[in-house]
Every structure is written in C-alpha cells, then in structure tokens.
Design a protein around this ligand. Structure first.
Ligand code: GAL
Length: 415
C-alpha cells in the first residue's frame, strides 16, 4: 500500500470519527480567550463531557465580543449557525427578533428557571414569553482593581470619592508607578465610561442618558464633567496603552507595574488564575461615586435554531448552565456572580461575596442598570455610537465640549 493511500485512509478514518463525534457535539462560539476566561470555560466543557456531550470550541478573540458577533453574522448568513453562542443583552434580543433562536421553554419549565432567574436577566433572555437563551452569569463593570502592595507602599487607602481617587493617582505618578493600567480599545474606553458617567450623572442621569437616550441629559453639563474626568483618566495611563488587551492591563496590576485598573469583574478571573488572593494581593472596590449602583452585563448562551426543535445537546447545555452546582463552580472562577438567585455565596471569595451582595442590594433599591458598554442599556447601533465618541475623546480627537455635542448627534442618528 502506498504511503499516500495509507495517509488518505487514515485521514478518512479520522474524518469519519470526528464526524461521528460531531453529531453528539455542541459547537460553541464565544470570546472567552484569556487565562481566567479559559479556566472558567473549562468548568462548562468538563461538565458537558461528563454528560457525554462533546464540545467543539469556536473561540473568537476580542474583548467585549465585537469580533465574535461579526463572525456570528457571517456564519448565520452562510446558513451555518453554531449550536450555541455567547451573547449579551440587546444582541440576544436582535437575534431572537430575527427568529434565529431555538425555543428553550421546555427545559426552562422543567428546571424552574422562571422562579430563580432575576427579572433584569429575563428582560434579555425571554421574548414574547419564550426563553431564547440560557443565562450564565452576571458581571458588572463599575469595579476598580488594585495592587494592594503598591497602595500600601504609597500610603493609599481605598478611595471613596473622585477627589480621593485623583489624589491617589497623583501619589502613584509621583512615585513613578503607572496609576491606571488600561487597554486603548473602544470597548474598554466605554467600560471605563460606564463607571465615570454613573459617578457624575447618578442613577437617574445614567438611565436617562443611556437607557432612555434623553437628549438633554446626553448634552448636559454633567455629561461634560464625565468627559472631563475621562481626560483625567487618560492622563494617568501609560504611553503604551493603545490597543492593549484588557487582560494584559490586568497583568500590569497583578505584577505591580500599575496601581489600578477600571474593568468589569472578569478581571478578577485573571487575578485568581495568577493565584492571587483578594484582600492580600489585590483589592476590589466600586468606582468612587458608584458604591450604591451596579452596571451589569450578563453572559448568556443563545441556542441557534438548527432547523426544528431544540436539540438534545442544546437542552443538555442549557440545563448544565443553569444547574446550581455549575453556577457556583463557574462563577467562582469567572469573577462574575450567579445568574440564579438561589446559589450560596459559600464558595465565593471576598470580591465574589461583595458582588453578590451589591447585586441583590442594587436590584432591591432600583440601582441596577444595564451596562451601556456591554450591550445592556441600548441596542448595538447606539452602543457603537457611544463607543465612537468616547474613544475619539479618549484619544484626544475631541475636547469635552465637542464630545458632548458629538454624543448627542451620534445617538440621535443611531437610535
Ligand atoms: C464581556 C463579557 C465577559 C468578558 C469580557 C471581556 O462582554 O461579558 O464575560 O468576556 O467581555 O472580554
């Protein structure tokens, strides 16, 4: 037998077995490619493999998911939708309204989702009474992460106000430490803007601006102050911030190169992945002025309609995602908090416990708002319009006055 013939037979055998395995697999498109994210994702993969469901991974790198959504659109257009896709907020609603998502009501009813998933998540997981996605977690964006040794060495405590925060930045700069680790990508600039805008506008102003898209609030003096504060943050990042991936900025805080990072609590997953301990190696606290609010974004898995009713594998995946044991095991590693309200915080560290406490308190007091930066305040067209203005301002193309006017115009066109 010639070598080529043997190789061809081997290749055919491999393809056949892969094809056979493929039938029982779920193909999952996601953007969880950092160390901490991959560690969390492994919890789900192993959970499913334990149920005999193989996992075909379809990672698309790019924080915040913009690149993943571009690939998804291409896949769906080509008539080749993945089994399941990580999605956020209004993007889920868009796909549901296009009729692209499978009906998960049977598994939701069997598992009692309606009783345990909070309304804030249901708003993005149910359309016309139909469950269209499986909520995985609840992240929030108005966090600050700090290297404890760096703060201690410079006599800096946890800042409770903007003034205390800027004083800490000045102290770090004088000590030759990069005050804020940041990645200059539009979604990261917007993630920082979530917290800064909330700290200036307050909950009513944040809602008016980014949920209600109220022109007066978008064009207000308070919004100008928010952009002024973004300029202060810009003045406290290092010279190489442009284009840096978020997890590399987190690494700067982990290794003491920088004092703070303003980032969603997926950053906590990087600290854990580096074997760091909250309260000993790093601190987590709400951005000053937003201690009573939570700007959230929930990762959900959309089950794309594979032509007919939801497949066994999709139902198993959805059921695994909402199982209480998975909800604890996954979120402990991911840095987020559970998508179910009945999961104990026993296995969560101090930051996780704080996150769960903050979420419950904010939901009870009307201080829980969808993150604008992560697609939970307004549809993608508006989110991207805000991205464009915030990142242009952060990169010095607009002064604050111009940024406010550009924001009013861009949102008016986008909505
Ligand atoms: C968010 C997502 C998180 C994490 C982060 C960084 O949109 O909800 O799970 O992936 O982006 O990429």
């Amino acid at each position: 037998m010639t070598i080529m013939k043997s190789l061809k037979m081997t290749a055919a055998a491999v393809a056949l077995s892969a094809g056979a395995a493929q039938a029982a697999d779920v193909e999952v498109l996601h953007w969880w490619t950092s160390g901490g994210e991959a560690a969390a994702l492994n919890v789900l993969k192993q959970d499913l493999e334990g149920q005999g469901v193989g996992w075909t991974d379809m990672p698309v790198a790019g924080g915040g998911g913009e690149q993943a959504m571009t690939v998804l659109r291409a896949r769906v257009t080509a008539g080749n939708a993945p089994t399941a896709v990580q999605g956020l907020g209004f993007d889920i609603l868009d796909w549901a309204n296009q009729g692209a998502l499978a009906d998960l009501n049977a598994v939701a009813a069997q598992e009692g989702w309606d009783e345990v998933v909070p309304d804030a998540l249901k708003a993005f997981a149910k359309v016309d009474g139909k469950w269209v996605s499986a909520p995985v977690n609840v992240h929030s964006t108005n966090w600050v992460w700090a290297n404890k040794a760096v703060l201690d060495a410079n006599g800096i405590g946890v800042p409770g106000t903007w003034e205390e925060f800027t004083a800490a930045l000045e102290t770090l700069k004088a000590a030759g430490v990069t005050p804020i680790a940041h990645g200059g990508q539009a979604w990261q600039d917007a993630t920082v803007f979530d917290a800064v805008a909330m700290s200036v506008l307050g909950p009513d102003g944040y809602k008016a601006a980014f949920v209600d898209l109220d022109e007066d609030t978008l064009g207000s003096d308070a919004m100008k102050e928010a952009f002024d504060r973004m300029a202060v943050i810009r003045a406290n990042v290092d010279d190489n911030f442009s284009g840096r991936d978020w997890n590399l900025a987190t690494a700067m805080v982990i290794n003491g190169e920088a004092g703070f990072q303003m980032m969603g609590d997926w950053a906590k997953g990087e600290f854990l992945n580096a074997n760091k301990v909250p309260g000993e190696d790093f601190l987590c606290f709400r951005f000053p002025g937003t201690q009573d609010q939570v700007t959230f974004n929930a990762d959900q898995f959309m089950m794309f309609d594979q032509g007919g009713s939801v497949s066994d594998e999709q139902a198993k995946l959805a059921s695994a995602i909402l199982s209480p044991s998975f909800q604890s095991a996954f979120n402990v590693v991911k840095g987020s908090v559970p998508a179910r309200t009945d999961v104990s915080d026993a296995d969560f560290d101090a930051c996780g416990k704080q996150g769960m406490k903050d979420l419950a308190a904010a939901a009870a007091s009307g201080n829980l708002f969808g993150s604008m930066a992560h697609g939970h305040a307004a549809p993608a067209s508006v989110k991207n319009a805000v991205y464009d203005v915030v990142t242009a301002h952060f990169n010095g193309e607009y002064d604050s006055e111009t940024a406010v006017q550009e924001l009013v115009d861009a949102v008016s066109i986008a909505k």
